[in-house]
Design a protein around this ligand. Structure first.
Ligand SMILES: C[S@@+](CC[C@H](N)C(=O)[O-])C[C@H]1O[C@@H](n2cnc3c(N)ncnc32)[C@H](O)[C@@H]1O
Length: 220
């Protein structure tokens, strides 16, 4: 039976909205998360940020302490509702329901683009088109930050399937027992260089213990 991999991801995160932030309580990841919080506050200081797939606004809240403005988007209203409640009083943060693959509702002079735990959910065949759309919503020279996690045996959910294009999948379980097969890719340095190489400058790839971080500027 034909399955829509992107719709499955969307539904899974809608259903997971109320338990999503438990992921940030995992003890073994605390050192990395602290490093990332500090890094984001340094890098996004005074920026006009477009954040995509913002989820429940965990990172939106952190960067709101330093950014000049944030437009944060996600496809799911279930997560946006939680994010909005967190930042209800902050006028510099705007939430917009939108699809990261089209970003049709997004207008603005963004000096930075950011996404946490989004790259891994993009089909390899869609990476190029996604990057083109994302860059088209940012100012020339804008800073871009993507952060996501590695597959670490013992900490990560095992990979249950690899498709013909090399996309990898995991079985995710919610607290009530519902199960979903979810696309979750683990890119390498080579993937970043191939996808981004010619269209960005200052590409930096940093590996923490559980997370990878890439930063670069969109070519002028
Ligand atoms: C792994 S979560 C990351 C949430 C948040 N960035 C964080 O790190 O806490 C992935 C997010 O992508 C959102 N999402 C799924 N498909 C999407 C799409 N096509 N466009 C925009 N957001 C999407 C989900 O609703 C979910 O909030």
């Amino acid at each position: 039976m034909f399955r829509d991999i992107e719709k499955d991801i969307q539904q899974y995160y809608a259903d997971r909205a109320n338990e999503y932030e438990l992921t940030y309580e995992r003890p073994e990841r605390q050192t990395d998360l602290k490093t990332i919080r500090i890094l984001l506050k340094n890098l996004l200081n005074e920026h006009h940020v477009l954040e995509i797939a913002c989820g429940t606004g965990y990172w939106t809240k952190i960067i709101s302490s330093v950014a000049k403005s944030i437009t944060a988007t996600d496809i799911n209203n279930e997560v946006l509702k939680i994010a909005k409640n967190k930042l209800i009083k902050l006028k510099k943060v705007t939430f917009i329901q939108d699809d990261s693959y089209s970003l049709k509702k997004i207008r603005g002079n963004f000096t930075a683009g950011f996404a946490f735990s989004w790259w891994s959910h993009i089909l390899i065949s869609k990476l190029n088109d996604f990057i083109n759309v994302f860059h088209s919503r940012l100012q020339p020279g804008a800073l871009v930050i993507f952060i996501d996690n590695f597959h670490i045996a013992g900490s990560s959910i095992p990979i249950c399937r690899i498709d013909n294009d090399g996309n990898t999948y995991q079985i995710r379980k919610l607290q009530d027992g519902r199960e979903y097969e979810i696309l979750k890719n683990f890119p390498t340095r080579q993937t970043f260089e191939e996808i981004l190489g010619k269209r960005v400058k200052n590409l930096k790839i940093e590996f923490l213990t559980y997370f990878w971080i890439i930063t670069y500027n969109v070519l002028l």
